[in-house]
Design a protein. Structure first.
Length: 423
């Protein structure tokens, strides 16, 4: 169980960290203020503030997020009549705002808010020390911070550093950067797997190794031979010939074999039943193993990322034509899969992480409001239309999308719990 938990945290944490770092770094490059970079969801366990960003680790390891200035769901609201405490610099300019009654700031000035603007004019007016006879105006620094309800200190969001103030191109790149980073991570991990293994089993019909005293050896099959047909069905890959032989435990099978010399022979065999699964037939052969060159190792990273992408697109197409919750999986299913790969070694964990990373990248590009693909769709609409949707409409569309995604996530998670723990 411990190894499963460690594997799950490593796999899920890495793909989320890399995804969110994509959004983070391109937001920074685009002049957008990132107020919080969070790994995990729910209550915060740890936080550290550096420059204008607060970095947090939160309790539930089921995701993460980047809070950018100007996002409607991340603003800290003040209100007339609200008591706050203000920390001033030597020039009397506000550098910290504390509306949180649970947090006490030394050397702060108590103020009852009358009016405020933390976006354009950057000021707070109010009654200082309860003196309602005199209204006082406080200028607010551009990089002032504010204490949130849970005690987190984040920077205020003046208009010039808000997401919508960046150019359309920079906003599109910021939205796309998360999935892009997942594709890059997948390529890096698959390439690393190739380097660690040194070579790869080839999915061809050429025999790599023949087990001593096996059915294949007794029938005269040798390393380097090619199995062209199984029971008259052509087999060009090892997967194909394996799938044709496997269902025929203790049944006669006719193989068309091309010997290393070029001679073609019909060889009948009777696959032996596997000890683990009596219904599975085996003849005692393994695929050809090939050492990879430096170029081939990098090529493997590209081809495996591409192949996994195609598999996901096929799965999405199948999901559309024949929808079932059993074809979807959430954190619970990833946890169960982590249980299997944790016992298969480090290379298996890397391959699993690479597969999940490209999966997350593609799923996030689906044009559903609330996902990166939905945000990119709104960006494209803005480019075609020549102006963005009103913030109210965009928020409404996003909230509808998020609501649908939350309901789907709850349904998928409950379905996974039933499949893996209740049955």
């Amino acid at each position: 169980m411990v190894s499963t938990i460690v594997t799950f945290i490593f796999v899920f944490g890495l793909i989320v960290l890399v995804h969110e770092f994509g959004h983070f770094i391109f937001a920074k490059r685009g002049g957008i203020l990132v107020r919080e970079f969070a790994i995990g969801m729910g209550p915060k366990l740890f936080h550290h503030r550096k420059n204008e960003t607060t970095y947090t680790i939160r309790m539930l390891p089921i995701g993460g997020y980047v809070r950018m200035a100007g996002e409607a769901d991340e603003e800290v609201e003040l209100a007339p009549g609200m008591p706050v405490s203000l920390v001033l610099d030597e020039n009397g300019v506000v550098i910290k705002i504390n509306p949180n009654k649970k947090v006490q700031l030394p050397n702060s000035v108590p103020v009852e808010v009358i009016k405020y603007d933390l976006v354009d004019d950057l000021f707070i007016t109010g009654y200082e020390n309860g003196d309602e006879t005199k209204e006082k105006r406080f200028e607010v620094a551009h990089n002032a911070t504010i204490i949130e309800e849970d005690g987190l200190e984040t920077q205020i969001a003046p208009r010039d550093v808000q997401f919508q103030s960046a150019s359309l191109g920079r906003r599109m790149m910021t939205n796309f950067a998360g999935p892009m980073n997942n594709f890059i991570l997948s390529f890096v991990l698959f390439t690393l797997v190739a380097f660690l293994m040194g070579g790869m089993y080839q999915n061809s019909n050429t025999i790599g190794k023949v087990v001593d005293n096996s059915v294949a050896q007794k029938a005269g099959i040798e390393s380097g031979d090619k199995i062209l047909e199984v029971n008259g069905k052509k087999t060009s890959t090892f997967n194909e010939l394996s799938s044709e032989i496997s269902p025929n435990a203790n049944k006669k099978v006719d193989l068309l074999v091309q010997k290393k010399s070029g001679e073609t022979k019909n060889i009948p065999v009777v696959p032996a039943a596997s000890k683990e699964n009596p219904e599975q037939g085996m003849v005692g052969i393994s695929p050809e193993y090939k050492e990879l060159s430096l170029f081939e190792k990098f090529k493997y990273g590209v081809t495996e990322t591409f192949a996994n992408s195609l598999m996901i697109f096929k799965a999405l197409g199948n999901l559309v034509t024949d929808f079932s919750l059993n074809k979807l999986g959430g954190p619970v299913m990833i946890f169960k899969a982590s249980e299997q790969v944790s016992n298969s070694g480090f290379i298996a964990i890397l391959s699993f992480t690479a597969m999940l990373s490209v999966n997350l990248g593609i799923m996030n590009l689906i044009p559903i409001p609330g996902l990166d693909g939905g945000k990119l769709a709104l960006n494209i609409f803005e480019g075609v239309r020549g102006k963005p949707l009103s913030q109210e409409k965009e928020v409404m569309i996003t909230m509808i999308g998020v609501g649908i995604l939350l309901l789907l996530m709850i349904a998928v998670t409950w379905n996974d719990i039933q499949r893996f723990f209740i049955q």
